[in-house]
Design a protein around this ligand. Structure first.
Ligand code: PLP
Length: 386
């Protein structure tokens, strides 16, 4: 059976062009001083330079590798607080707060939740009724006890582009010392993503979303940012992140980043064409479905589809049997379906959220193959609706 991954926001999959080049590297320990180790060190440093170039970070900006964007996001949220914690200062006595958007990834939401338990107030900025996020709303949530603003650049479930550059400018104008972080995981490789231009202090990205291996990410910080490490141990990554480097993963990240930046424009156009072909085919073959977030500015590869009368978890399984991979807009844990917090924050009802699937397309595959996938999805929905 031909299978098609329409769940690329989860993982793009290792690109063959990346896999091919991985064969030629040394994967010994980059900290070893023998030639094998030094060859691995060169591979890690080349990857660092390639990624910095791809996201327009300057030479002096800091980039260290992590186990993925989940770790990078945890690192960002805790960064302003380590010095206090290490001095034994209770965060709740300081009345600090952090400001985040209401549609952040669980790795930000859960980190914020942890901070809350430690006495930090978490302020969430909701979208306006039209679904848009406004810079002034972020500023309005800040005060002189705010330590960090974290706002993603592209949302993983809706594909929405949030105005990170404007938000950073507005926040910094009023609170110049405040740290601004962006989770750019779903943007990097899909749309122009510039650390320099956005003006943020901190950024998280991940290799497996752009065709590298899973289990490796990067944390980027403006030159001069004081980094108290989240993971402690050995002296790796100039003492900013302990642990033997994942040389294979890091090398894959560097190659994938280079390819992504060279092919950005053509990939984006192709993704949009593929998504349109898929959407048009489904729309002309099924009735009474709801396409969400159509009026928002998006990256163009992500479709949010509500199918009244069909539980998204059932539809995901039904499509899987047809060789089509999509994801549910809700997380199913211990038999209970938890509606996605992003969909709820965006004004989708609990019921609609449990009937919503996310289809996210890549830049590979012919238009004919997306037409066929659309026909299969439509057929499956019609059959399951019975
Ligand atoms: N942030 C966003 C927006 C994501 O979509 C993801 C992964 O789905 C992550 C963070 C976590 O990335 P990783 O899988 O590298 O930990």
């Amino acid at each position: 059976m031909n299978r098609i991954n329409l769940d690329i926001n989860s993982t793009l999959g290792l690109l063959p062009a990346v896999a091919k080049r991985l064969e030629t590297f040394s994967y010994l320990n980059p900290s070893s001083i023998h030639q094998g180790g030094q060859a691995a060190r060169i591979a890690v440093e080349n990857a660092r330079e390639a990624i910095k170039g791809a996201i327009h970070a300057t030479r002096d900006d800091i980039l260290f590798f992590t186990s993925g964007a989940t770790e990078s996001n945890n690192t960002a949220l805790f960064l302003p607080f380590w010095d206090y914690l290490e001095c034994g200062i209770r965060l709740k006595d300081e009345k600090f707060n952090v400001v985040i958007s209401a549609v952040e990834h669980p790795s930000i939401l859960s980190s914020a939740d942890r901070l809350k338990k430690m006495g930090v107030e978490v302020r969430m900025v909701p979208p306006r009724t039209n679904g848009n996020f406004i810079a002034d709303d972020f500023v309005a949530h800040c005060d002189d006890r705010t330590k960090l603003v974290s706002c993603m650049y592209v949302n993983n479930e809706t594909g929405q582009i949030l105005p990170i550059k404007t938000i950073t400018q507005a926040v910094k104008e009023k609170f110049p010392r405040l740290l601004v972080h962006t989770d750019a995981v779903q943007a990097f490789g899909k749309v122009h993503t510039s650390f320099l231009e956005f003006g943020v202090d901190l950024m998280s990205i991940s290799a497996h979303k752009i065709g590298g291996l899973s289990g490796v990410g990067a944390f980027i910080a403006k030159a001069g940012t004081h980094i108290a490490p989240f993971i402690v141990g050995g002296p790796q990554e100039t003492r900013r992140r302990a642990g033997t480097e994942n040389t294979l993963g890091i090398t894959s990240f560097g190659i994938a980043a280079e390819l992504a930046s060279h092919e950005l424009v053509s990939r984006n156009e192709q993704m949009k064409r593929n998504a349109k072909r898929l959407r048009d085919t489904i729309a002309s073959n099924v009735k009474d479905v709801q396409w969400n977030f159509q009026s928002l500015e998006t990256v163009g590869n992500t479709l949010s589809l509500t199918v009244p009368g069909l539980m998204s978890s059932d539809l995901v399984v039904g499509l899987d049997l047809e060789g089509i991979y999509v994801s549910a807009g809700s997380a199913c844990s211990s038999g209970k379906v938890d509606p996605s917090s992003t969909l709820i924050a965006m004004g989708i009802s609990f019921r609609e959220a449990s009937e919503t699937i996310r289809i996210s397309v890549g830049f590979e595959g012919s238009e004919e193959c997306f037409k066929q996938a659309g026909e299969k999805i439509a057929k499956c929905i019609n059959r399951m609706r019975g």
